[in-house]
Design a protein around this ligand. Structure first.
Ligand SMILES: O=c1ccn([C@@H]2O[C@H](COP(=O)(O)O)[C@@H](O)[C@H]2O)c(=O)[nH]1
Length: 279
């Protein structure tokens, strides 16, 4: 019988402490497969993903496979995703599945089973979800994550410029949509120590954030690297809550492959730069 997992927030905190604060995205873009000398096919996808895992799994705190790049190859791509998750977790890294699922509650329960039920072949330490069918629709994922020792990251303030029109809309309660998502996450986390398991996605590309990010949970910060943000931007963007930030980098590390040594060096450089910026 496998031992129950400690809460995701605790496990993430310990992993960031031990390995440094970095999430490496596994985003097998067709252009990266080509740059690595691989075919844009399932064999290329597999070689790419397993190379990243082999090179970095004993070094980085978190991997974030982007499900879309695996799903585009159908069931064989999903089989590669399953192996990627299993290998990464077996080597001691946490896996945050970037699936951004969101639906009515009854369907959300099935998405939760797919990624957060310990018996699922795609079980991950955490998953990204979209709260834009209403935060309450996420309840099955929040509850299953709590029971499984897993985590959930809800999109709050995304790194893309188009997110603004939705996330900054003001509701009847006078709160922006993003603030309302952040408030609900904060309530889920309560006074968990060292932090809760329910995180927000907040782009590192954003400037002048006018929202309370103090949710006592992790803040996943994509946008570092290819989208223009740097580790040095993190204190400006996150201020006093920088202690809970997990910066995420995909293309700007992956472009250094297929050399395992170059991937390790690029990821170690980001860890050092993040440490210098936010401790
Ligand atoms: O607001 C968001 C939410 C998710 N992402 C995802 O992160 C990576 C970013 O890749 P880079 O190559 O480091 O730009 C990608 O999988 C996005 O889907 C995001 O960028 N912004």
């Amino acid at each position: 019988m496998t031992r129950p997992l400690a809460p995701f927030g605790t496990r993430l905190w310990e992993a960031m402490d031990a390995r440094g604060r970095l999430c490496v995205g596994i985003d097998p873009h067709a252009s990266l497969l080509e740059a690595w000398g691989l075919g844009d096919d399932v064999a290329g996808l597999e070689r790419f993903s397993l190379t990243v895992v082999e090179a970095l799994a004993e070094q980085v705190a978190v991997f974030k496979p982007q499900a879309a790049f695996f799903e585009r190859f159908g069931s064989r791509g999903v089989a590669v995703l399953e192996r990627t998750v299993a290998d990464a977790r077996a080597a001691g890294a946490l896996v945050l599945m970037d699936a951004k699922r969101g639906d009515i509650g009854s369907t959300m329960a099935a998405y939760a089973d797919a990624f957060l039920a310990p018996t699922s072949p795609l079980f991950s330490d955490a998953v990204t979800v979209s709260p834009y069918l209403g935060f309450g629709s996420l309840r099955p994922a929040l509850d299953l994550a709590r029971a499984s020792g897993a985590g959930v990251f809800a999109l709050a303030l995304t790194s893309n410029p188009e997110g603004h029109e939705v996330q900054h809309a003001v509701g009847a309660d006078g709160l922006t949509v993003a603030q309302s998502v952040l408030g609900r996450l904060s309530a889920e986390n309560g006074d968990a120590d060292p932090m809760g398991s329910f995180g927000a996605v907040v782009g590192a590309t954003l400037t002048g954030i006018d929202a309370d990010l103090d949710i006592n949970g992790p803040l996943l910060a994509p946008g570092v690297g290819a989208q223009g943000a740097t580790p040095a931007d993190l204190p400006k963007v996150f201020g006093p809550v920088a202690r809970n930030v997990l910066p995420s980098v995909s293309r700007d590390i992956l472009k250094h492959g297929p050399s395992a040594a170059a991937l390790r060096e690029a990821s170690a450089r980001f860890v050092d730069e993040v440490r210098a910026a936010i401790g």
